[in-house]
Design a protein around this ligand. Structure first.
Ligand SMILES: NC(=O)C1=CN([C@@H]2O[C@H](COP(=O)(O)OP(=O)(O)OC[C@H]3O[C@@H](n4cnc5c(N)ncnc54)[C@H](O)[C@@H]3O)[C@@H](O)[C@H]2O)C=CC1
Ligand SMILES: O=C(O)C(=O)COP(=O)(O)O
Length: 527
């Protein structure tokens, strides 16, 4: 039974999938301190959060069983990604579910700041009928600057066109073509600051975007500019904004997010009549909360059940067309890695993976992760596809990936070579239509067996009677042979024997096998 801890008031409707899962037990908690989380996290396999819970290195370090941290939302700045990656914890988010909610809040904020609705409301309910103070501005014919043209920024730009606004956009990944499609003119941050009547930011908070709008940008702005931040506190320099309001450059600002959340009671935004604020409500709609919770629950279930999942924040994304092509090879990749990893002794200095046949024209890096995971899993605990490459790198293992011309014999072939101090070993595997995963080469010997169950890998000299001796010895020790494969290059030369047995061969039987004069080496492998 997997235990999932759900924090931060994630939508119950959205996580119904988890409640319904027969192999999952859900617990909901709120407002735990780091210490409290550290104390209880060892029981859980998955942790689900919104932005309130800071998922620190300490918490993940204590999460002995923790496989996945799910963020029911976009921003993962509250999760220590590096700490997760080094521990092999998958971090997933739900990037699409709250786009519209946040875009619509941005518009609500833009209109509120243009017409001073919150200020007018406050006076009116206070008994004052003040129609003079609240003369606003229209959006029509104004210039809107959008910094960050991703999901939310693009939706904001679309809607702004309907309001008759001219939209200027900045995003390092925005092509001229896409900008044209959206009806957006491209500009630099400074150009946009100089021309816009309204500026809204929709980037993540990174070292590049921190204080992207600060004193120098405010100095460029038109008198009367209005600023909106429904993305992340810190993208706009809060103190510089207050100054720009005091000096009359900025006429008004609307902030949903703060550099520190919640802000302290003496935060200068909280009693400034030109600044309106909300408590990080961008994603807070019934629809968005349901969407993000559904998305994250689906992915969490996949990860817990070891099923393929779409996207992880701490792993490069895999496009659907690539995934469709290489996913069938994941199992083979892991098995091949596990198989060969068990045949070598001592530290591995190099892992070489060579793809041929159907696998040459596609991005095979996700498959390489599976192979490396398989190789390392015999030597290291807790290795998975998230941390496999990281663990290999930190242990100084060189990973070489090659493609070779189409295989003559097989439609697809993965060849794996492991280098250690004492030499190198190679194995190749293929996915054979109708037969599934097969290992078809060990070192220089052709073989053909399914990489599963208990295996005995025997190197020997090709002499008459050797197969009988091995069979008799195993049989007399009650080890039943399920399949047997013998590979040799030349008559009477060195050869290899791969046996699958119905149960693990006891250590003392391996010792007896090793004493047969024709045998060079015996290895017991379990896959
Ligand atoms: N207030 C709230 O409750 C919510 C806030 N957000 C925040 O809104 C922001 C945007 O979210 P999405 O549009 O979903 O993300 P997204 O990833 O689709 O878009 C972000 C865009 O910012 C761009 N970008 C990155 N660095 C940049 C730079 N230096 N200058 C200009 N552009 C840059 C990226 O290229 C990308 O296109 C995120 O910070 C997210 O956490 C999202 C949902 C709710
Ligand atoms: O998705 C995001 O990035 C958000 O900021 C939403 O945060 P929340 O889930 O409402 O705490």
């Amino acid at each position: 039974m997997y235990k999932v801890l759900v924090m931060d008031g994630i939508s119950d409707m959205g996580i119904q999938l988890l409640y319904d899962a027969p192999d999952v037990e859900v617990e909901k908690k709120n407002g735990l301190t780091e210490d409290e989380l550290v104390a209880i996290i060892p029981q859980y396999d998955a942790l689900l959060v919104r932005s309130a819970t800071k998922v620190t290195d300490r918490i993940m370090g204590a999460g002995d069983k923790l496989k996945v941290v799910g963020r029911a939302g976009v921003g993962v700045d509250n999760i220590d990604l590096e700490a997760a990656t080094k521990r092999g914890i998958v971090v997933i988010n739900a990037p699409d579910g709250n786009t519209i909610a946040t875009c619509e809040l941005t518009f609500a904020m833009m209109m509120s700041v243009a017409r001073m609705i919150p200020q007018a409301y406050k006076k009116t309910v206070g008994g004052e009928w003040d129609r003079k103070t609240f003369v606003g501005v229209e959006l029509r014919n104004k210039v809107l600057g959008v910094l960050g043209m991703g999901r939310i920024g693009s939706e904001v730009a679309r809607r702004a066109k309907a309001f008759g606004m001219t939209v200027l956009g900045y995003d390092p990944f925005l092509t001229e073509e896409r900008a044209e499609k959206l009806g957006v003119k491209l500009g630099t941050v400074n150009e946009i600051c100089a021309q816009a009547d309204f500026i809204t930011v929709h980037t993540p908070l990174t070292s590049e975007t921190r204080h992207m709008i600060s004193r120098p940008q405010f100095e460029l702005m038109k008198k009367g500019a209005r600023i909106i931040n429904c993305a992340r506190g810190g993208i706009i320099d809060e103190m510089a904004l207050v100054e720009a309001i005091d000096t009359g450059i900025v006429a008004g600002a609307a902030f949903d997010v703060f550099e520190q959340e919640p802000p302290t009671a003496d935060h200068p935004f909280l009693n400034n009549p030109r600044i309106i604020v909300t408590p990080h409500l961008g994603a807070s709609t019934v629809e968005a909360q349901e969407n993000v919770a559904i998305d994250v629950s689906e992915e969490v279930l996949h990860i817990l059940r070891d099923e393929p999942f779409k996207n992880a924040v701490n792993m490069p994304p895999v496009p659907a067309n690539v995934l469709n092509k290489i996913q069938p090879y994941f199992g083979l990749g892991v098995k091949l890695g596990e198989f060969l990893g068990q045949t070598v002794e001592g530290a591995i200095s190099e892992i070489t993976v060579s793809f041929s046949g159907d696998l040459i024209d596609t991005d095979t890096s996700p498959l390489t992760r599976h192979i490396v995971k398989g190789v390392l899993s015999h030597q290291l605990e807790g290795v998975n596809i998230v941390n496999a490459m990281h663990l290999a790198k930190t242990r100084g293992v060189n990973i070489v990936v090659q493609t070779s011309a189409a295989s003559q014999t097989f439609t697809n072939l993965i060849t794996l070579t492991l280098k250690t101090k004492s030499g190198q070993r190679t194995a190749a595997g293929t996915l054979l239509a109708g037969y599934g995963e097969r290992i078809v080469q060990i070192d220089q010997f052709p073989v053909d067996f399914a990489p599963a169950g208990h295996l005995l890998l025997i190197s020997h000299n090709d002499k008459p009677g050797i197969i009988g001796k091995v069979g008799t010895l195993l049989g007399s020790n009650d080890v039943n042979i399920a399949t047997m494969q013998v590979g040799r290059k030349t008559f009477g030369g060195s050869a290899i024997m791969v046996l699958t047995t119905d149960k693990e061969t006891p250590k003392d039987v391996i010792k007896q096998l090793e004493q047969l004069p024709e045998l060079i080496a015996v290895a017991e492998l379990t896959l």
